[in-house]
Write a new protein. Structure first.
Lengths: 155, 155
DNA sequence: CCGGTAATTGAAATTCTTTCTCAGCTAGAA
DNA sequence: TTCTAGCTGAGAAAGAATTTCAATTACCGG
């Protein structure tokens, strides 16, 4: 029923990583993981909290922050500024993660491109730097906003 | 004497851009520009403020924020999270800007690499995205910290 | 060189975000 | 079922960023 999220989240990639690392899979935590995995992959703690409360009403904001911290520590999320230049966003990641961020509507498109990965790695190696993860953000106008003369389609 | 900063800052790239855009070149503002241009290219507003006060004692923190906002608006700086995952950093930029960020000591190394630029542009173009600027962050361990077993050399 | 004026300023208040503390609760191993 | 280390939410606190406002100032035009 309304608790479906527990089973779904429990089977997810994030939950399994937390479990492997020795963290308990509690209700509040699973709600946060569910939100991150099924609803928002690019979100501020506040947004995660708002969605999470809808799923698990007793959820506290502290738990959202704590869970995001754990995910970051495990390399499953990272803090980033995407566009709005002020809110703290945390996003899923896989050691490498490339974004197209629209200046006009804020839309974020994930891109996967091995060539960038290779190039970045060889570049780092050439400078004696041992890379752990890499993130590229390309800002500009999405296809939709290039046509539109004016403002945001969403929000 | 102690006012050298005014002339130096006034002749800088940032001041000239602000002037062109119609902003006044005031003492406090020039102090901030001086700091950004001559002392810190990757800094938090707080750090900019601290250095700025040394140059222009009456400087207010609000002015630092306001100046950083203007620079961002003009595309001369950008907000970013680099490493510490919590402080707001603003950095200079030139439409493209690539960083090596050390997980251990926090050192930030600028890298310029045309191949990345080309690759990113062609990638974006292929997806109908019109790029304006691009930023790559590679996290990992700098040469120094690969050797060291433990903690930060700086700070 | 000298006003006049709109832009800019710092301080303080305010708001927003993040972290900390702590007493009670709970997942999960045994 | 029991036990306990780990986890929880609430509220307090700390930190960052923004807003407000009366006083000041850059700089254009005269
Ligand atoms: Zn768009
Ligand atoms: Zn993404
Ligand atoms: Zn280092
Ligand atoms: Zn840089």
């Amino acid at each position: 029923m309304t608790d479906d999220y527990v089973e779904i989240a429990r089977q997810g990639r994030l939950a399994s990583a937390l479990h492997t690392a020795g963290y308990k899979l509690t209700g509040p935590r699973l709600a946060v993981l569910y939100v991150l995995e099924m609803e928002l992959c690019h979100a501020s703690p506040q947004e995660v909290y708002e969605r999470g409360v809808a799923i698990y009403p007793a959820l506290g904001l502290s738990t959202v922050y704590r869970t995001l911290d754990i995910l970051t520590e495990l390399g499953l999320a990272r803090p980033a500024y995407l566009g709005d230049a002020s809110q703290r966003f945390t996003v899923h990641h896989d050691q490498r993660h490339y974004h197209l961020v629209c200046d006009a509507c804020g839309a974020i498109t994930d891109v996967d491109e091995d060539r960038i990965t290779e190039l970045a790695c060889s570049l780092a190696a050439g400078l004696g730097f041992k890379p752990r993860g890499q993130y590229l953000e390309i800002y500009g106008l999405c296809q939709h906003c290039q046509a539109q003369p004016a403002r945001p389609p969403v929000n």
